[in-house]
Design a protein around this ligand. Structure first.
Ligand code: T3D
Length: 264
């Protein structure tokens, strides 16, 4: 008997679609799933045809974070070293999503809890089904938000809301997440897959390097001061100005025709 892959990867039309695939466990992470996801992201990074990544989940959930039954945690024992788990699995995952030089869209198809919520928030553009929800579930089991949550949340929703979400672990609806500016958009459940794919396909036709520079600059703005950010904009704009897509964009504008961007 062959075991089902926990990560599905398809690449078509410039879009790499990565699907978390443990639907009966709400796509919660085992060590094996982390390893498969790392492999998929490495493949995406090496594939020069990929100009946008789309991350989603199979079944009714997006991701319920760490699979709590993947290792022994018994009262009275010392318990596992979660620092090792974070260092080996979650931190590299967030770092590689942030470092991908192309847009990463997340289509949150259902509940996103624990590290699953913060995985979604580590992506560049987050769409969520109207019935989806976000839960900082960590506090309910004595943990703190990881996968960048303590960094991402206050920047997206402000300190007060981040603290409330992290300490209460309440379910935040997709619509509330949109209203708070935590995600890009909530969409009707039956429209999510189509809308996310259409967005990914659109982005895959755009100036990929330029979009990568936008990502890099906006992400750096969270830690840079204005002077450093102005310097970074200068440096990245210099690089952008040397891309083929910049030349094509200007030529198309001047020639009053639609641009044909190559991602170079
Ligand atoms: O540990 C480390 O390495 C450190 C890193 C930690 C990162 C983390 O993510 S810690 C936080 C872990 N996640 C959670 O605490 C969330 C646990 N899940 C839930 O609270 C609920 O399942 C949800 C609110 C997400 C969804 O609730 P609901 O009612 O829609 O579904 P359910 O019935 O609870 O779940 C469906 C099945 O999935 C169920 O199995 P069953 O009864 O049908 O056999 C449930 O046990 C399973 N499931 C859901 N989440 C997890 C899980 N199994 C293992 N681990 C899970 N996280």
């Amino acid at each position: 008997m062959t075991s089902e892959k926990t990560i599905l990867l398809t690449i078509a039309d410039g879009v790499a679609t990565i699907t978390l695939n443990r639907p009966d466990r709400l796509n919660s992470f085992t060590a094996a799933m982390h390893a498969e996801l790392r492999e998929a992201l490495a493949e995406v990074q090496d594939d020069k045809t990929v100009r946008c990544v789309l991350l989603t989940g199979a079944g009714r959930g997006f991701c319920a974070g760490q699979d709590l039954s993947d290792r022994a945690v018994a009262p009275g024992t010392q318990g596992p070293d979660l620092g090792v788990s974070i260092e080996t699995n979650y931190n590299p995952l967030v770092r590689s999503l942030r470092a991908l030089p192309m847009p990463v869209i997340c289509a949150v198809n259902g509940v996103a809890a624990g590290a699953g919520a913060n995985l979604a928030l580590a992506c560049d553009i987050v769409l969520a089904a109207r019935s989806a929800s976000f839960i900082q579930a960590f506090c309910k089991i004595g943990l703190l938000p990881d996968s960048g949550g303590t960094w991402t949340l206050p920047r997206l929703v402000g300190h007060a809301r981040a603290m409330g979400l992290a300490m209460l672990g309440d379910k935040l609806s997709a619509e509330q997440a949109e209203a708070w500016g935590m995600i890009w958009k909530a969409v009707d459940d039956d429209k999510l897959a189509g809308e996310a794919l259409a967005l990914a396909r659109h982005l895959a036709t755009q100036p990929t390097k330029g979009l990568g520079f936008i990502k890099q600059a906006l992400n750096a703005s969270s830690t840079n001061d204005l002077d450093a950010q102005l310097d970074l904009e200068r440096d990245l704009q210099r690089e952008a100005g040397h891309t083929e897509d910049y030349r094509e964009g200007v030529a198309a504008f001047v020639g009053k025709r639609a641009p044909q961007f190559q991602g170079r």
